[in-house]
Design a protein around this ligand. Structure first.
Ligand code: TYD
Length: 204
């Protein structure tokens, strides 16, 4: 018995956080155990790595290696055990974020990221990826109203335009597991699309 592994992606400011909590509630109401977690992070060690990645200046390859080190600890210590007992895992970002941010955003070759993906995940991919998509300019306006920016949130609009294109490329390559959510609308409009994506799968 394996539970379902669902990841949530999108550029900073896409507004995914509140929908993850709402979907957790929705799945619980249908009688399933749910684990809500995030990357980088999700275990004590990975949360410490997150602090470094979001705050300390570092070169891009170091950044990539640290997010994958965090991912390995998170998979082994949290995600895989939860899936093995049949829980639904809802994870705020996963490897598609590495392709989008360190790859498309910062310019690392996808092949190098793909090698780490294979090494660290041993073939395990999310069952469903809900991608909150919106133009970089709209996301920038939303971020301006939010809190103190971290190392990624300080990047300019061109960076987030590249990150968005990186997600679009991953969505094309992994068309079966990706669902694109048009995130420009109101929270209620976005939520309706999230529920539709979950219902279509028929897992809960
Ligand atoms: P985010 O998930 O947006 O959390 P919060 O809502 O608390 O800001 O922040 C995580 C940041 O980490 C985000 O800017 C993207 C970045 N990131 C990467 O660059 N690579 C990765 O592989 C992952 C998982 C995240």
């Amino acid at each position: 018995m394996s539970g379902r592994f669902v990841t949530f992606e999108g550029i900073d400011g896409a507004g995914k956080s509140s929908h993850i909590e709402a979907l957790a509630q929705w799945v619980r109401e249908r009688g399933h155990e749910v684990v809500v977690t995030r990357e980088p992070g999700g275990t004590p060690l990975a949360e410490r790595l997150r602090e470094m990645v979001l705050v300390e200046p570092m070169d891009t390859l170091t950044e990539l290696l640290l997010v994958f080190a965090a991912r390995r600890d998170h998979l082994a210590g949290q995600i895989l055990p939860a899936l093995a007992r049949g829980a639904t895992v809802l994870c705020d970002r996963f490897t598609d974020a590495s392709f989008a941010y360190q790859g498309a955003g910062r310019g690392l070759e996808a092949a190098r990221i793909g090698a780490l993906e294979q090494w660290v995940q041993e073939g395990r991919q999310p069952d469903l990826t809900i991608w909150f998509d919106l133009p970089a300019a709209v996301a920038a306006q939303r971020r301006a109203a939010a809190r103190q920016p971290d190392r990624f949130e300080q990047q300019d609009e061109a960076f987030f335009g590249r990150v968005r294109n990186g997600y679009a490329a991953r969505a094309r390559e992994h068309a079966v597991r990706f669902v694109r959510i048009d995130s420009e609308g109101s929270p209620a409009q976005v939520w309706r699309q999230v529920v539709a994506a979950a219902e279509t799968r028929g897992w809960w």
